[in-house]
Design a protein around this ligand. Structure first.
Ligand code: ZN
Length: 185
């Protein structure tokens, strides 16, 4: 078997959506910790973490739109940028993104461009403050079933509502306004 086909086989065996519920919940707890850090930094209560198949957290991302005055500084984007820098490559197919909130269209696009192994989120859009969702659609599930799937050879595997209660409570407790008073996610 040549190197290329061995790599293909390994990729075929990487099936994060088949991981146990315990594994998903453990990884989501890392994202919840990152969300608490985001709040401490003046951002929104959203966190993300990229995990490899050994369970190691390769990169954490914080939601820092208001403190950094950067509309792209969502937790998922931050984690992807950091991981790509650390790995020295932009394809991150060996990593799984855990986000406390259903990714927006921008972040989901970045996940697809990074060829992530999978995306797992906690609370879905309905659990978030309305102002998080007033500009773009945030329907990761719709994308998974539609736009990112139609005509796409390798669709992004997506699973939602992992630790839904904890991730939704986080959003409700800390609300949508950042410490600067500017509403942003
Ligand atoms: Zn986003």
């Amino acid at each position: 078997m040549g190197a290329l086909s061995e790599a293909s086989v390994r990729e075929d065996l990487f099936d994060p959506l088949a991981w146990s519920t315990e594994t998903h919940e453990r990884n989501m707890r890392l994202a919840i910790k990152a969300a608490r850090v985001s709040v401490g930094l003046g951002g929104a209560p959203i966190g993300a973490v990229l995990v490899d198949d050994a369970g190691a957290a390769v990169a954490k991302g914080y939601s820092l739109v208001a403190p950094r005055r950067d509309p792209t500084a969502h937790a998922e984007m931050s984690a992807i940028r950091l991981a790509a820098g650390r790995r020295g490559r932009f394809h991150l197919s060996d990593l799984v993104l855990y986000s406390t909130l259903e990714p927006c269209s921008m972040c989901l696009g970045a996940c697809a461009w990074a060829s992530l192994g999978a995306v797992v989120f906690g609370a879905d859009g309905n659990a978030a403050p309305a102002e998080y969702y007033d500009r773009v659609d945030y329907c990761a599930v719709c994308h998974a079933e539609g736009a990112l799937r139609d005509g796409v050879r390798t669709p992004l595997p997506i699973r939602g509502r992992v630790l839904f209660g904890e991730t939704a409570t986080l959003l409700r407790r800390f609300g949508g306004a950042s410490s600067s008073g500017v509403r942003s996610r």
